[in-house]
Design a protein around this ligand. Structure first.
Ligand code: FAD
Ligand code: UDP
Length: 400
């Protein structure tokens, strides 16, 4: 078992060997400074405080906790996600068990439709999609498989996001559902993006129209922000929102820092900027009970600039005479939301990663700090694994 004493001792030792004379006595002391109150930061703050007994300061430059998962009641009283639809899904029982300490769950299985001409068709592409788009009567998996096989274009080596789709469904379906959406979402052609991006949405030959197939799919019953508030509600945790790392780092004395912001920013863009894709959200409230038949409708056509419309009441189950929706407009400017998976970016990230490794008094965790296109559950798992590694290292460091 890891004790607070072990971790705190390790940090004390680090402090002693670093720059003790430059530390003014009046600076506030914490064992750990956590930068970012999203999943990565909140999980580590909770573990360090509640399990290791550390004093933790959490700062976030936004005016709220919960990072990109932040939800709140808008002016009309509808519970919305400020940064786009967040649907929790995972195959990790460990992650479910951990988060279930802070929230109850509302069962929810996500279904998405794509607007193609005047049709609304299921995405990922499944047998129903094919039947409705082409007016077919494919009635078995084998028939749908044969239909797709006749269209699929063989690709020698599947490297890009174009290869993944064209090699499984052919060029026409690729152009209908993927090319325009991807060009809008990433500002790049699918041929310029790693295969992992469109591989997130694999084609099916059955009629299962769920977006995710994970064993556990649910929404936090009271919303994400309430779950985060419970995680951070500990006497050892101090939370300050509207505070940037740059403003606080000289003012506090800490043994360790957990950084969950963009890794290139931490190192002052020393090797150049890592590309992160941004989004502008247009939130609207409508004077009617429902706006669209499902929570998310994708717009793969390049005739509109947005990629999807989300209607939040489908996700939250809230009853309300009005309804609120958001449109997503991808852009190069603004807050970083997505790392952009392609070889040259990964190569640049590797250089930052080497710097991060050479900075042992800072742990880099989460989607922006490790430049990985992670879902929420993957970030929780990564943060829990980071905590375990910190615990393993602490007794050794403390013994030095
Ligand atoms: P974040 O949530 O981004 O938290 C990082 C925090 O650090 C931010 O609040 C930021 O303000 C703060 N910060 C950064 N730099 C500084 C600094 N210098 N000083 C102070 N604070 C700083 N995942 C799913 O599992 N299911 C979904 O349906 C899903 N939908 C998504 C939809 C959209 C539109 C987006 C963008 C993401 C979606 N995700 C989804 C992914 C999910 O948002 C992330 O996996 C998760 O939020 C990442 O958590 P994080 O803590 O790494 O980062
Ligand atoms: N995608 C697409 N058309 C769709 C849905 C997804 O082209 O109708 C591609 C697009 O490149 C997108 C990627 O698949 O960025 C991953 O989709 P996902 O829904 O997982 O994206 P996220 O929810 O992370 O934005």
């Amino acid at each position: 078992a890891v004790t607070a004493a072990k971790i705190t001792r390790a940090h004390a030792a680090n402090d002693a060997t670093r720059v003790p004379t430059r530390v003014p006595a009046r600076r506030e002391r914490f064992d750990t400074l956590v930068v970012g109150a999203g999943f990565a930061g909140a999980v580590l703050a909770e573990r360090l405080a509640a399990d290791a007994g550390q004093r933790v300061l959490v700062v976030d430059r936004r005016d709220h906790i919960a990072g990109n998962a932040y939800d709140h009641h808008d002016a009309a009283g509808v519970l919305v996600h400020r940064y786009g639809p967040h649907i929790f899904h995972t195959n990790s029982q460990m992650v479910v068990d951990y988060l279930s300490r802070f929230t109850a769950w509302r069962p929810y299985e996500h279904r998405v439709l794509a607007r193609v001409g005047d049709q609304l068709l299921p995405v990922p592409i499944n047998r129903t999609t094919l039947n409705e788009l082409y007016g077919l009567g494919l009635s078995t998996d084998a028939e749908a498989e044969a239909f797709l096989a006749a269209r699929a274009e063989p690709v020698a080596e599947i490297r890009t996001s174009e290869d993944v789709v064209v090699s499984s469904v052919g060029r026409e379906l690729y152009e209908t559902f993927f090319r325009g959406y991807t060009r809008k979402q990433w500002g790049l052609d699918p041929s310029e993006l790693d295969r992992s991006v469109t591989a997130r949405v694999p084609t099916r030959t059955d009629t299962d129209d769920r977006y995710f197939l994970d064993r556990f799919q649910a929404m936090p019953a009271g919303g994400y922000t309430a779950m985060f508030a419970r995680m951070l509600d500990h006497p050892n945790i101090t939370v300050r929102t509207g505070v940037d790392y740059r403003d606080v780092r000289e003012r506090v004395e800490v043994g360790h820092t957990v950084f969950t912001g963009p890794v290139d920013e931490f190192f002052d863009h020393r090797f150049g900027k890592l590309p992160y894709r941004c989004l502008d959200f247009r939130h609207e409230t409508h004077e009617r009970e429902t706006f669209q038949p499902v929570a998310v409708v994708n717009y793969p056509g390049e005739d509109v600039a947005f990629t999807r419309i989300t209607e939040y009441k489908h996700l939250t189950g809230q009853s309300h005479p009005k309804t609120s929706v958001s449109y997503e407009f991808p852009s190069d400017q603004g807050d970083p939301y997505y790392p952009v998976p392609r070889d040259e970016n990964q190569a640049l990230y590797r250089r930052y990663e080497a710097l991060a490794r050479a900075t042992p008094d800072v742990s880099f965790v989460g989607r922006l700090a490790t430049y990985r296109y992670y879902n929420m559950d993957q970030v929780v798992a990564q943060a829990l694994a980071t905590y375990r590694r910190m615990c393993e290292r602490a007794p050794m460091a403390g013994a030095v």
